[in-house]
Design a protein around this ligand. Structure first.
Ligand code: PAF
Length: 273
């Protein structure tokens, strides 16, 4: 595995692979890799000839009040995990954006609710960095975990709308032994917060198993199980538009974000017949 820190070197290599018609798989991350990430890397390994993983903690997707400064980092550990998972190129740019960078990418509608409402500029930051990374890496396919379900839907929509010619592949949400969705931010939880956070996936799985025909009823069932310090949302949504849906009569998604102390945890499950 090679580690590349220069955007120019990365771009030159990528253009060469593209000219030679190589299948380039890409897994963008912000590092502090866990089994959720390495699962995506291993799955993408099976679909491509050249596998690139990026690690970049993107300031554009953090509000000034958020955890950019204390976002967990472990570059050496991450490099070992990437190599073991079959990565060819680990792209860790020092300066991803040029000094004269003035473009933003905004995906409308689908970003208006849920995470977009709670974190108003978040998805613009995510779409902008992923667009720049796609330009540098020139992948034929990129994988994003369904753990951040709205992010996956936003990026799929962006790639489609801008005719990027990049296949956006969903990666599975990976859970810890006790059911908690794996997230780099789980490290912030105290023992007590983590114990209570298990109610998040239990609420979502109860909503999935319920036979109630409407979202209102299933959300009430989920809320009765959920034990948290604050609930940002618990909803049943269309899997592509993320619009709320009332009748549970087709494949949908139940999504939730709950707060435990200062930590926001996201989770979701497929729901429907
Ligand atoms: O999901 C993440 O880790 C980030 O939002 C991403 C897609 C790497 C963009 O910074």
């Amino acid at each position: 595995m090679d580690i590349i820190r220069s955007v120019d070197t990365m771009h030159a290599l990528a253009l060469g692979w593209r000219a030679r018609g190589k299948k380039v798989g890409f897994v963008p991350t912000m590092g502090y890799l866990h089994r959720g990430h390495t699962t995506l890397i291993e799955l993408m390994r099976q679909r491509c000839e050249i596998l690139i993983v990026s690690i970049y903690v993107n300031p554009l997707q953090f509000a000034p009040t958020e955890d950019l400064g204390r976002y967990p980092r472990d570059p050496e550990g991450d490099a070992k995990k990437c190599e073991a998972a079959g990565c060819d190129i680990l792209f860790m740019p020092e300066n991803l954006y040029p000094p004269d960078f003035r473009t933003t990418v905004n995906v409308s509608q689908i970003t208006a609710r849920w995470e977009g409402a709670a974190r108003p500029e978040h998805f613009q930051g995510v779409a902008t960095v992923v667009c720049r990374l796609f330009g540098l890496v020139q992948p034929t396919a990129a994988m994003f975990g369904e753990k951040d379900y709205q992010q996956f839907a936003v990026l799929k929509s962006m790639a489609h709308d801008l005719a990027m010619g990049i296949e956006i592949v969903p990666g599975p949400l990976v859970r810890d032994h006790d059911g908690l969705a794996l997230s780099s931010r789980n490290v912030y939880l105290s023992g007590e917060e983590r114990r209570r956070a298990l109610s998040l996936h239990r609420a979502l799985f109860a909503m999935r198993e319920s036979r109630a025909p409407t979202a209102t009823e299933r959300i009430a069932e989920g809320r009765a199980i959920l034990d948290c310090d604050g609930l940002d949302y618990l909803a049943v949504v269309h899997p592509d538009t993320l619009d709320p849906v009332e009748q549970i009569d087709r494949p949908l998604r139940a999504i939730a974000t709950a707060r435990y102390g200062k930590t926001r945890l996201l989770d979701n499950v497929a729901i429907g017949p």
